[in-house]
Design a protein around this ligand. Sequence first.
Ligand code: S3P
Length: 159
Amino acid sequence: MIFLIGYMGSGKSTVAKQLSESIGFGYIEMDGEIEKREGRSIPQIFEEDGEKKFRQLETSLLQSLSGQIIVSTGGGVILSEENQKLLTRSTVVFLDASFETINKRLADDEDRPLWGANIEENKRRYETRLPIYKELATLVVSVDDKNPSTIADEIVSRL
Ligand code: S3P
């Protein structure tokens, strides 16, 4: 398995698709899979059952994954120690985007319950997570100003 980790808006899903085409692995997007299993959207899960429930769903999905697949994770998958252990059994690629890039990309986003109108809070969350992404990563790829296929090529050449 190859896990793509990184903050919301760092391009994990798009790069995961590219990468799966390049190396012929399957592909899974964790948020999409959770939505499919639950029959409701991520914002709905947060609203109806709270973040704690969402994190439980995320962990049980993570536990069930195996095989030759590229996994696009949710930005918060790195938060629990249990998930960290599960991730670091495989290759972990961190898509490193600056806060400025993310802020531009998510400007009008309404699908992410943990991305709000308060820019300081968004930035604080980003800064808290940054060292965790870096620590878990087998490979760190800077993604600012690069397109998904360039990023996928770079991952293939550096793995
Ligand atoms: C989250 C990121 C989202 C999604 C949920 C929580 C987070 O995924 O899992 O809204 O805590 O960073 P993306 O990273 O794909 O936006």
